[in-house]
Design a protein. Structure first.
Length: 433
C-alpha cells in the first residue's frame, strides 16, 4: 500500500523562502546543512545577499539519529510483513562532505555548492543510500539598468519513510533550471521576466506515476528601497505534466482507469523582504493560486497561498522565528495530485551562554487531500501532523558546532491506518572551514 503523507524531514526543514540569513542560522542538522544555502523561490529572487561570505568553504559532519518508529507505522502494526523484520525502531548514521564557493566579480556574483550525504541504517541496512546536492547560481548585471539570474540545481535523496509502504528503497532525483532578466526603470522600480523547469524522477518503477515535468514562466514589477524593503508583484504560470499515468489512489487502491494528471496553474503573488525595525524581518510571499486539471475538474483548486517567515530578535539572547505556510506543492506527494496544506511553525532560540544555545520547535500542520481522484464525490482524507522538539547547540569553536535534539512527531487522521507516533533523538557534529 502507498500512503501519501507529509515527510518527517520536510516537517523539520526550513521553508524555502527568500530569507537566506535566517535559514542559515536555523540549520541544526546534517540533513539541513546538506541542502544548498541558496534556494530560489521562483526565478527572480529578491536582492538580499548583502552579507559577506567566504569565497571557499568546506563542510563536514556526522549525525546519529534514533527513531522509535522508523517506518511511521500505526500502533500495534509490525513492520515484518513489508520490511521482513519485527523491530520498529532503528538508528540512522549520516555523514556530510560539502563545499561552497561564493565570489563577487565587479557587478557579477557567482555561487556554487556541492555536497554528498551517505546514509547508513544499523538494522535495515538495505535502505542505505547516498544523497547529493549540487548547483550554481549567477546574479548577473550589465551596467546599472540590466540585471538577472541564471542557475541550476541537481539533487538525489531517498523518499522519507511514511510516504510509501514498500519493501524497497526509492531515490528521488530532481533537476531545476532557471533564469530571469530585469531592467530598472528608476532607482526604486524595475520590471523583470523569468522562466524555469523542474523535473522529478523516481528510481522505483512502482511509484513512477509521481514523476513530473513542470515548466513555468513569470513576469513582475519590483519595488525596492535601500536594503530594508523590497516587494515583487508577480504573475506566474505553470504547466504540469506527469509522463506516467496515475493508476493508484492515495490509499494504494487501483483506479478504474489510468489517469492523466496534467494541469495548468496561474498565480498572482507578492514576494516581499521587509525590515520593519532593527530587530525584526518579514520575508516570503502571499497571493492567490488557481490550478486546473484536464481530467476530473472537481479537483481544481483556487484560493490564497502564502509562505511567510518572521524573525524577531528583541534582545541579544532571544530570537523567535515563525513561519506560516499554505501551499499545494505537488513534490510532497506520492500520487500525482496535490495536498492543500497549511503549516504553522515556531522556532524560539535562547542563548544560555556565549557558547550554548537552547532551541525549541513547535510545528502544526493540516493536510487535506483535495486532489486525490478517489475523493471526488466522497470523503476527503485529512491529516494533522504535529512536531514538538527541544535541542541544545554548543559552539565548540567558530567553525565547529555540536547539536543534541529530542522531538516527537505525531500524525492523526480520519484514516486510522495512516496514524503514527515517532520519538526521535539525534546528536550531530558540524564543521565549516
Amino acid at each position: 500500500m502507498r500512503i501519501s503523507g507529509t515527510p518527517l524531514a520536510r516537517c523539520l526543514a526550513i521553508a524555502l523562502l527568500p530569507l537566506a540569513s535566517a535559514a542559515a542560522q536555523a540549520q541544526s542538522s546534517l540533513s539541513a546543512l546538506a541542502q544548498p544555502w541558496y534556494t530560489p523561490y521562483g526565478v527572480a529572487p529578491l536582492e538580499i545577499f548583502s552579507e559577506d561570505r567566504d569565497v571557499l568553504q568546506l563542510h563536514t559532519g556526522l549525525e546519529l539519529e534514533r527513531h522509535s518508529n522508523l517506518f511511521a507505522l500505526p500502533d500495534g502494526v509490525s513492520p515484518s510483513a513489508v520490511y521482513g523484520k519485527s523491530k520498529r525502531g532503528d538508528t540512522v548514521l549520516r555523514a556530510l562532505v560539502g563545499v561552497t564557493f561564493d565570489r563577487q566579480v565587479s557587478l557579477q556574483r557567482f555561487r556554487l555548492d556541492a555536497s554528498v550525504l551517505p546514509v547508513k541504517m544499523f538494522e535495515y541496512s538495505r535502505f542505505d543510500n547516498v544523497g547529493y546536492s549540487a548547483g550554481g547560481h549567477w546574479d548577473w548585471a550589465i551596467g546599472r539598468p540590466w540585471f538577472g539570474t541564471l542557475g541550476a540545481r541537481f539533487t538525489q535523496a531517498a523518499t522519507p519513510f511514511g510516504n510509501y509502504y514498500i519493501n524497497r528503497e526509492n531515490l528521488e532525483r530532481r533537476v531545476k533550471l532557471y533564469g530571469s532578466a530585469g531592467m530598472r526603470l528608476t532607482p526604486d522600480l524595475a520590471v523583470f521576466v523569468g522562466a524555469d523547469t523542474e523535473t522529478l524522477d523516481n528510481s522505483y518503477s512502482g511509484v513512477q506515476s509521481a514523476d513530473y515535468r513542470f515548466s513555468s514562466a513569470e513576469a513582475g514589477l519590483r519595488f525596492s528601497r535601500g536594503g530594508a524593503r523590497a516587494v515583487d508583484l508577480v504573475w506566474r504560470h505553470t504547466n504540469g505534466d506527469y509522463p506516467n499515468r496515475q493508476v493508484f489512489d492515495t490509499f494504494g487502491n487501483l483506479l478504474p482507469g489510468a489517469l492523466d494528471n496534467q494541469f495548468r496553474q496561474d498565480a498572482i503573488l507578492a514576494r516581499l523582504q521587509v525590515r520593519p525595525s532593527d530587530d525584526s524581518t518579514i520575508g516570503g510571499q502571499v497571493g492567490y493560486t488557481k490550478r486546473r486539471f484536464d481530467n476530473l475538474s472537481e479537483r481544481d483548486f483556487g484560493g490564497p497561498t502564502a509562505g511567510l517567515n518572521i524573525e524577531w530578535r528583541p534582545t541579544g539572547l532571544f530570537t523567535m522565528r515563525a513561519e506560516l505556510i499554505r501551499d499545494i506543492q505537488s513534490e510532497q506527494l506520492l500520487t500525482a495530485n496535490y495536498i492543500d496544506q497549511t503549516t504553522l511553525r515556531l522556532q524560539p532560540s535562547f542563548r544560555l551562554s556565549g557558547k550554548i544555545v537552547l532551541n525549541g520547535l513547535v510545528s502544526l500542520m493540516r493536510a487535506s487531500y483535495e486532489g486525490d481522484p478517489s475523493a471526488v464525490g466522497g470523503a476527503t482524507r485529512k491529516d494533522d501532523i504535529s512536531v514538538y522538539g527541544v535541542g541544545l547547540g554548543y559552539e565548540y569553536s567558530r567553525t565547529i558546532r555540536v547539536n543534541l535534539d529530542v522531538r516527537r512527531v505525531s500524525r492523526t487522521s480520519n484514516v486510522a491506518s495512516v496514524e503514527y507516533d515517532d520519538n526521535v533523538v539525534s546528536a550531530s557534529v558540524l564543521a565549516s572551514f
